[in-house]
Write a protein that binds this ligand. Structure first.
Ligand SMILES: Nc1nc2c(c(=O)[nH]1)N[C@H]1C(S)=C(S)[C@@H](COP(=O)(O)O)O[C@H]1N2
Ligand SMILES: [Mo]
Length: 256
């Protein structure tokens, strides 16, 4: 993380977030569910904690579940199989030659294989995916937190958004998505290669897809081919930050 260049404001916000990521203090739920902690915290301390939470709300963790909660089937949605010979050839080779390019406002552009990605620090999380179309599914995701990839590439001053490029097209345009640095550096924002402790199925975005747990399903870009740090979303797609944002009234910030 030391080579991440961030605006000062952001560094302060992160310092607050770190304090709040202590296991028992990570969510209001945790306080309610943990009797020893409830006894230890005075009312004043709770109020202080609540105000800190409000200030750093976007750093808070999304709820995590247990293996007993995992949905029997994780319904695929949107593209279930990218068209074209190139993707089919990658799939036939078990994605051995798949690369994810890390480009844009970075000090060290990267071209990462899946082996490179698996050699980085990994995180597993059991979370609920909420699609705007009105269905949800709980699954266990494993992959590298995006912040480690961005630290390896070294964000340059001026980087404000991360754009996610995908291998599939819907109609006449490539699927893409984007987020700001708060979500890009969030500990649960992960480039996932595994669902429910198995290799990610093609229908769910093989070989690599984004998990961005504080936002709705359409932000979770599947079939990742590129990660690009940019100063502005102008000139990318129609400029609204994502395939659906460009076409329908889906919000760019789709907080849950
Ligand atoms: N590349 C790509 N990513 C995508 C989509 C898509 O069609 N293409 N659909 C989005 C939508 S609307 C949802 S709800 C989720 C679905 O993920 P799933 O197929 O694993 O359920 O992927 C999102 N990411
Ligand atoms: Mo969705």
């Amino acid at each position: 993380m030391s080579d991440l260049i961030l605006p000062r404001r952001r560094l302060i916000a992160r310092a607050g977030g770190l304090a709040l990521s202590l296991p028992l203090l990570s969510a209001c739920d945790a306080i309610n569910e943990a009797p020893p902690m409830r006894k230890i915290l005075s009312l004043g301390e709770k109020m202080h904690f609540a105000s800190q939470r409000a200030l750093t709300d976007r750093d808070a963790l999304a709820r995590e579940f247990t293996r007993a909660d995992i949905s029997p089937v994780f319904r695929p949605n949107g593209t279930r199989l990218p068209a074209g010979k190139a993707y089919a050839a990658h799939a036939a080779r078990g994605f051995a030659d798949w690369r994810v390019a890390v480009t844009g406002l970075v000090a060290r552009p990267l071209s990462l294989s899946l082996a490179d990605i698996r050699a980085m620090p990994q995180r597993s999380q059991i979370t609920r995916h909420d699609c705007v179309e009105g269905w949800s599914a709980i699954g266990e995701w494993t992959g590298v937190p995006l912040r480690h990839v961005l630290a390896a590439a070294g964000l340059k001053d001026g980087a404000r958004y991360i754009v996610f490029r995908c291998a599939d097209r819907i109609g006449d345009a490539d699927y893409y998505e984007s987020c700001d640095l708060v979500d890009a550096l969030h500990p649960q924002t992960v480039l996932a290669w595994s669902l429910n402790r198995r290799l990610l199925p093609i229908a769910n975005g093989a070989p690599l897809r984004l998990r961005i747990e504080r936002q709705l399903g359409y932000k979770h870009a599947k079939y990742l081919t590129g990660i690009e740090a940019v100063a502005s979303l102008d000139g990318i797609g129609a400029g609204k930050g994502g395939y659906w944002e460009d076409r329908v009234d889906y919000e760019w910030y789709a907080g849950i």
